[in-house]
Write a protein that binds this ligand. Structure first.
Ligand code: AMP
Length: 304
């Protein structure tokens, strides 16, 4: 799929300096500046995003600011990770508000590249990342090619920024595992310290997400049912077969009008799907479900 033209429209031009935050559009300028900081012995923290920022994103930046001398964020709606063109087309863009939020939280550097800057050889030229089992379950099987696109963009971003610390959200549980795998594949595990940060939620439990902006008023009222469903699983988890628990959880969502992609319970560290719980294994429940054409995901560790 060629997303280039549409995506290039999303590369807004802003002055290089906005308040106290530096904004870079080109790879050479950013890497040159970061090299200068590293030569001064400064540690770099990085939190990549696709924009339409909310407090969940900002929590990653706050974590970075605690750990590192300088904090870098990026906003890039990555065309190669969308297996659904409509989802890409409708991805919310709120650049001016994003910049204000980043400044407020004290982000030092924002990288705002164009598609051409990120993919000089085009978006069609693919590297094959060996993600093994991770690519065959849950988001991997539901969104073919998605994690290859995630690896493509993360490979490029990490090669440019070369941070000491990388901050990503557990809201995207499987993505965290995929990026950790990428760090192994690239031999970066010892160089870049990975931090998986907790999911920030709205007061009613809905996991913060850029996609929430697309929910209608009515859908927004229904959306916290995903969180309620995860809690239901947590509260009712018993050793033995998990079949009827998952079935009840599905019913809860269907009654509210969700179209379910998956409701699964998996080993928290391997993501192997678990049908029968031995009572000791750490488990995570993961849900992907649609409200209209908006796909929401969430997860929760359900064992003590
Ligand atoms: P995105 O802009 O959706 O690609 O997300 C950028 C980063 O923010 C990813 O590491 C996400 O996992 C993380 N993130 C998204 N939503 C949340 C949230 N509600 N709480 C914490 N981190 C989040």
């Amino acid at each position: 799929m060629d997303f280039t033209q549409k995506a290039d429209c999303k590369a807004f031009q802003f002055p290089a300096k906005q308040g106290s935050m530096l904004i870079f559009h080109t790879v050479d300028q950013l890497s040159g500046y970061l090299l200068h900081l590293k030569q001064q012995g400064q540690t770099i923290g990085f939190a990549p995003t696709m924009g339409a920022l909310h407090r969940g994103h900002l929590s990653l930046l706050k974590a970075s600011k605690k750990h590192c001398d300088k904090t870098v964020s990026s906003i890039f709606v990555n065309p190669t990770q969308f297996n659904n063109r409509a989802d890409f087309e409708k991805y919310p863009i709120t650049i001016a508000a994003d910049i204000s939020m980043l400044e407020l939280v004290g982000c030092d550097i924002l990288f705002l590249p164009s598609v051409a800057a990120m993919y000089p050889s085009g978006t069609e030229k693919r590297t094959d990342y060996d993600l093994g089992f991770l690519e065959t379950v849950l988001e991997g099987s539901s969104r073919p090619g998605h994690f290859q696109g995630v690896c493509m963009v993360m490979d490029r971003l990490l090669s440019i920024v070369v941070p000491n610390h990388l901050f990503m959200g557990l809201k995207d549980y499987q993505q965290c595992m995929v990026v950790k795998r990428l760090l192994e594949l690239k031999g970066w595990k010892q160089v870049i310290q990975f931090h998986a940060c907790p999911t920030l939620r709205e007061a009613d439990g809905l996991a913060m997400s850029s996609r929430n902006l697309r929910l209608s008023e009515e859908q927004r009222k229904t959306a916290p049912a995903i969180y309620e469903c995860l809690q239901f699983i947590k509260e009712n988890l018993q050793p033995g077969t998990l079949h009827s628990l998952k079935q009840k959880a599905c019913q809860l969502l269907e009654q509210k009008g969700f179209k379910i992609d998956y409701v699964e319970i998996a080993d928290a560290s391997s993501l192997e799907l678990i049908q029968t719980w031995n009572g000791t294994q750490s488990l995570t429940a993961l849900i992907a479900a649609y409200l209209g054409d908006i796909r929401l995901i969430d997860n929760m560790v359900v064992t003590p």
